[in-house]
Design a protein around this ligand. Structure first.
Ligand SMILES: Cc1cc2nc3c(=O)[nH]c(=O)nc-3n(C[C@H](O)[C@H](O)[C@H](O)COP(=O)(O)OP(=O)(O)OC[C@H]3O[C@@H](n4cnc5c(N)ncnc54)[C@H](O)[C@@H]3O)c2cc1C
Length: 566
């Protein structure tokens, strides 16, 4: 089973991850410079991979009305003033042109009789999104991009100056490695799920909200290469329909229906009346959890007020993105469900809904030379969704094309050798430790000590210190994970990446000694927001195998501020 073949490849631009951002980046690059050699390395298959394969029915970031500044104002408010204004604004100014790109691919949009997009909020329009990924993939292939499917990247490669200049890929079908060198590398591998225990058990355990195959490989590779990360502690937890995990936004934004507790009380409206403003996204979840704690759960979205036309529209919308909820709603076809139970998902880290990811500049360069990041892998700009991911891909490509100095780079032989050795370790160890056992232990630690869903997403210093030491132990033991098949080998890499990300996440959670985004980040020992000390980013890096954490200001030049030990 040991992959003996090591193939050598080279390209101008290597894009790791052929999902939303990756495919669009490849397309933009080829459109602007047809003679450029562009390669996508994709773990699955670009036709159906990543978040878009989870289904979608709306463009969640489109300016129906308002300006990019209004969009920034909304993102800031929803994230309690800790966001990268420069990144959010740069996204905001391109959102609608990205919707035009989606139309250009041939994706149908429902329209009003006047021909306008059907909107469900000032920043969201309906779309028949089911075909977006295959259409995007077709456009990528016909533009002349090389797509290496079923070829997960496992390590970044560096030249003698420590600049990123390629990657080591594992070609699963051929059971061979590829050393691919490039003038620049772009990480588009999305965020990470599977760090916390999934809410569904057994064979349904991969029915998570976030794409279960996004194990955070790009983030882990970046950390190993010394890249700075931001805001891991701002985990994202989706408020979703229970078990089938369909979006509640479709029920509430799309239909105007409201959340209620088990006794029928509209608790979100009560809170809004009390606060005199609209709830933020994390407050909708927080108040749902509070209803449970007070004995008024479970909570629901009550759709009994929907007329026949509204119900049909809801079903159509769900068929586009989450067909399993349609089976659930229409289980008894004579008596369709009128109340849909809702709950929080398992926490994940991502920079598309949340803002965990690479610390980047306005050109989407990471802190490591030669390495860009875009989409859910890039941090600092929450609520970017599909169109924001496209916009970031475009900005990264524009910068790469403008750089004359991004010349040919050669990977150092010693770097290739050590990458190959590390990547092959699970094939050489003589042990019966399976990655599934390690993953279960990881998820148990994170669930119980680092604020999983069964802990109401809450944690505290002492729990986090235990998580830290258990994770260090687990990382040591995980070196004995063995792999017998190509699939096992890929999963051992996923598990190692998840452990590393969990360790970094715990350091971030320890460092933020306040509660800024309730449920996404709740410290029971510091229950209040502390603007004086923590209206700041928590950032991290790996240095000599150690994780170091720092605090950065929220305005340019994002000065590094002192951070007390946890
Ligand atoms: C369930 C769900 C529903 C959503 N619905 C909507 C919606 O209706 N509207 C909206 O605007 N936004 C929606 N979003 C958000 C939006 O889909 C994401 O923000 C966006 O698709 C992320 O794009 P990305 O390119 O960063 O990641 P992805 O599209 O997930 O791409 C990551 C790619 O990297 C690949 N990969 C992973 N590891 C490796 C590796 N080691 N080597 C090579 N490749 C690798 C994956 O296979 C995948 O193809 C939704 C998200 C989710 C999870």
């Amino acid at each position: 089973m040991n992959p003996l073949n090591v193939q050598r490849l080279s390209t101008d631009l290597l894009i790791i991850g052929g999902g939303t951002a990756g495919c669009m980046a490849a397309l933009f690059a080829k459109r602007a410079a047809p003679s450029l050699s562009v390669t996508i390395a994709e773990k699955a298959h670009i036709r159906r991979s990543g978040c878009l394969a989870m289904g979608l029915n709306a463009v969640n970031a489109h300016l129906v009305s308002g300006t990019p500044e209004d969009y920034l104002g909304y993102v800031r408010h929803d994230n309690y003033d800790v966001v990268r204004d420069d990144l959010v604004l740069s996204i905001g100014s391109r959102l609608n042109s990205m919707t035009a790109e989606i139309e250009r691919l041939g994706v149908p949009f429902p329209r009003t009789p006047k021909g306008e997009f059907l909107s469900r909020s000032p920043r969201s329009i309906l779309m028949h999104g089911e075909q977006l990924k295959p259409l995007l993939a077709d456009a990528v292939v016909s533009s002349g991009v090389t797509a290496l499917n079923r070829s997960p990247a496992v390590r970044l490669l560096h030249n003698a100056h420590g600049e990123v200049c390629g990657a080591l890929l594992y070609q699963m079908r051929a059971n061979a490695y590829s050393v691919i060198t490039a003038r620049a590398v772009m990480i588009c591998t999305g965020g990470a799920t599977g760090i916390y225990r999934p809410s569904n058990p057994g064979l349904a355990r991969t029915k998570t909200w976030y794409c279960p195959y996004n194990a955070g490989a790009g983030l882990a590779m970046g950390l190993r290469s010394g890249a700075e990360m931001t805001s891991f502690e701002m985990r994202f937890v989706a408020l979703r329909t229970k078990d089938v995990i369909a979006p509640t936004g479709t029920l509430m934004l799309g239909t105007g229906m409201r959340q209620c507790n088990a006794r029928g009380a509209d608790y979100t409206r009560q809170k809004e009346d009390m606060l005199g403003r609209k709830l933020t996204t994390c407050e909708r979840l927080l108040f749902t959890i509070q209803e449970h704690k007070q004995g008024s759960g479970p909570c629901y979205v009550d759709i009994s007020g929907l007329d026949r036309g509204g119900y049909d529209l809801l079903i159509e919308s769900y068929l586009n993105m989450a067909p399993s909820i349609v089976l659930h709603l229409l289980k008894d076809i004579a008596r369709p469900l009128r109340r849909v139970e809702i709950c929080g998902s398992e926490p994940c880290i991502n920079g598309g809904h949340g803002m965990a990811g690479f610390w980047i500049d306005k050109d989407r360069r990471t802190t490591v030379s030669g390495l860009y990041a875009a989409g859910d892998a890039a941090g600092g700009a929450p609520k970017k969704y599909i169109t924001g991911c496209f916009a970031e891909a475009q900005m990264a490509v524009e910068h790469f094309l403008s750089c004359e100095d991004a010349g040919a780079r050669t990977a150092a032989a010693a770097d290739i050798e050590s990458a190959l050795q590390e990547a092959s370790l699970p094939l050489q160890v003589d042990s019966s430790l399976a990655c599934t056992d390690v993953e279960e232990r990881l998820q148990k630690i994170m669930e119980e000590y680092a604020g999983g869903s069964t802990q109401n997403y809450e944690t505290s210093r002492d729990k986090l210190l235990l998580a830290r030491s258990y994770l260090e132990e687990l990382e040591q033991r995980s070196r004995a994970m063995s792999a017998a098949t190509p699939h096992d080998l890929m999963r051992t890499h996923d598990t190692s990446d998840r452990i590393l990300l969990a360790r970094v996440l715990v350091e971030h959670l320890l460092a933020r000694r306040e509660t800024r985004w309730p449920c996404y980040q709740t410290r029971l020992d510091y229950p209040l927001r502390n603007d004086l000390e923590f209206k700041a980013f928590i950032n991290s890096r790996m240095q000599g195998g150690r994780i170091t954490v720092c605090k950065r200001g929220t305005a340019p030049p994002y000065t590094n501020e002192p951070l007390e030990d946890a």
